[in-house]
Design a protein around this ligand. Structure first.
Ligand code: 16G
Ligand code: ZN
Length: 501
């Protein structure tokens, strides 16, 4: 290790005294001005991780759905997965080390994780459109270079694009070409295959209005446009030229407020969707002729995909294991529908893509979605090959219209508010501390029909989140309010007690 270079560069990226940050649900997130030393050190860590696994590692500078003033950084493992949990602790140690202890901490990590510092390191870098992201990604480069690593800076990319590049690189192109062109070609080809099979009420052109949360999605979607056939028409809204990132728009806004984003004028039955700031979430929505807003969130997307896959699997004469993975935020009706009507096993895990992904890997077909719109489907090689074969052979597909399934699900209303720190268990569905809180929540839930509620500390912000669902909007609001009052009283709430919603 070049101790001199390490000293020199870490002095250029000083750690503000007394600031402690943790590698959370999706990496580090904080106000952008607190992150320079963290991203420099994550450059160091990415180089170490690359040396440890002899593969290219990704590093993304983004704070996803957080406000524009925030930023964050997360590492991507060789197959495009989230950083292995065993390394999260090293990330936290490195981020919080005193400057003069940095070399010692690096040496300790090398010992614990059997890293040979003489090996080569290769890191792919990406960033979102936040004003602070460019400078922070420069600091990442400093970190990589101090440990003698090579890097490729992809500049402005979506989070999924960076994951894709890393996976392509480490599978020697088997997954696709590690270029933006390769990404657009792969996705548009798959999309066209898919729509060939769908029946689309005879329309020649299909329109989709897309709210890009004033983020990177707008840029990348514009680049992707030429790869789609003429009959698919995208209309981009909230492209970042006028308003702030994630402000009154984006997937999180639409999900939380159950209404269309600002800046998107929606006519009855028009198809609309929203990304978040780094374009790794999507939710769909439309309004009907009676002006009612309908949200197709992660729960419904997972259910629709499951209906489709379940039908395909029934035709494949092999016993593939399929399951859906959700979090505690999943609407209770979607869980019931999947388990009872569709007969698909459902598993509940902690919030965060890494937990869902990990669980979904246990199955031949693992569908995972968070209610907020993060998700995908994983296939075992054998299941993927069989399904591809079948899809190719299938000429006469039945109609699978969203409406059919939506009739089977009644929307329950979810309310989320913020409060103080709490410890949880059972995939975050039950509170262990403070004493008495869980009992109180149980009693409150008991008062309402088809109700659920839970509280959990946020993994990305300094707040506690409160979730409630019930048979009507009024009841869900009332339950959320009662639970937030219980949190306020039992968990030392600050300021005035929460007001009714
Ligand atoms: C992060 C997670 C997301 C989760 C959210 C919860 C990834 C890529 N992102 O954005 O999955 O839903 O955190 O945030 O894992 P919260 O802990 O603040 O509620
Ligand atoms: Zn995101």
């Amino acid at each position: 290790m070049d101790s001199e270079a390490l000293r020199k560069f870490s002095a250029l990226h000083p750690r503000p005294a007394g600031l402690t940050l943790h590698y959370g649900t999706a990496g580090f997130r904080s106000a952008a001005q607190h992150l320079d030393h963290v991203v420099f050190r994550m450059g160091l860590l990415a180089a170490l991780r690359s040396k440890a696994v002899t593969a290219t590692i990704g590093i993304m500078v983004t704070a996803s759905h957080n406000p524009e003033e925030d930023n964050g950084v997360k590492l991507v493992d060789p197959l495009g997965e989230m950083l292995h949990p065993s390394w999260e602790e090293y990330a936290t140690q490195l981020a919080n080390a005193e400057e003069q202890e940095l070399e010692k901490v690096i040496t300790e990590i090398c010992q614990k994780a059997a890293v040979n510092l003489h090996k080569d390191a290769s890191v792919f870098i990406g960033r979102d459109t936040r004003p602070s992201s460019k400078k922070l990604s420069q600091s990442v480069i400093d970190g990589i270079q101090v440990l003698g690593g090579q890097y490729h800076d992809y500049g402005l990319v979506t989070t999924p694009q960076l994951h894709y590049m890393v996976c392509c690189q480490n599978t020697q192109g088997q997954y696709g070409k590690a270029t933006l062109e390769g990404y657009y070609e792969k996705l548009s080809k798959a999309f066209m295959e898919l729509i060939k099979q769908s029946h689309c009420s005879g329309e020649f052109q299909r329109h989709l209005k897309i709210d890009c949360a004033n983020g990177i999605g707008a840029l990348k979607l514009s680049e992707m446009k030429p790869y789609f056939p003429q009959e698919v028409l995208f209309h981009i809204y909230n492209d970042g030229t006028k308003e702030k990132l994630n402000h009154l728009c984006g997937a999180d806004f639409v999900k939380v407020h159950q209404k269309p984003p600002g800046g998107l004028d929606m006519k009855p039955n028009e198809r609309c969707c929203s990304f978040d700031g780094d374009a790794d979430r999507i939710v769909y929505y439309y309004k009907d002729t009676a002006d009612h807003f309908h949200l197709i969130d992660g729960d419904k997307i997972a259910t629709l995909i499951s209906i489709f896959l379940k039908e395909l699997l029934a035709k494949v004469k092999q016993d593939f294991k399929m399951a859906v993975v959700q979090t505690a935020y999943a609407n209770g009706n979607s869980t019931r529908y999947l388990q009872e009507t569709l007969k698909v096993p459902v598993h509940c895990v902690k919030t965060g893509v890494k937990h869902l992904h990990h669980k979904a890997q246990e199955f031949d077909v693992g569908v995972y979605f968070e209610a907020n719109g993060h998700g995908t489907v994983l296939f075992s090689k054998a299941a993927e090959t069989k399904i591809r074969q079948l899809v190719k052979e299938e000429k006469d597909n039945e109609k699978r219209e969203a409406a059919k399934m939506l009739e089977n699900m009644i929307d329950l209303i979810n309310q989320v508010a913020d409060r103080r720190v709490i410890d949880t268990t059972d995939a975050e569905r039950r509170a262990l501390t403070p004493p008495g809180l869980q009992e109180k929540i149980d009693a409150l839930v008991h008062k309402y029909r088809l109700a659920r509620a839970f509280v959990r500390p946020s993994g990305t912000e300094d707040v506690v989140r409160i979730y409630a669902e019930a048979d009507t909007q009024e009841n869900a609001d009332a339950l959320a309010h009662e639970v937030s009052l219980a949190v306020f009283h039992l968990a030392g709430g600050k300021g005035a007690p929460p007001q009714p919603i």
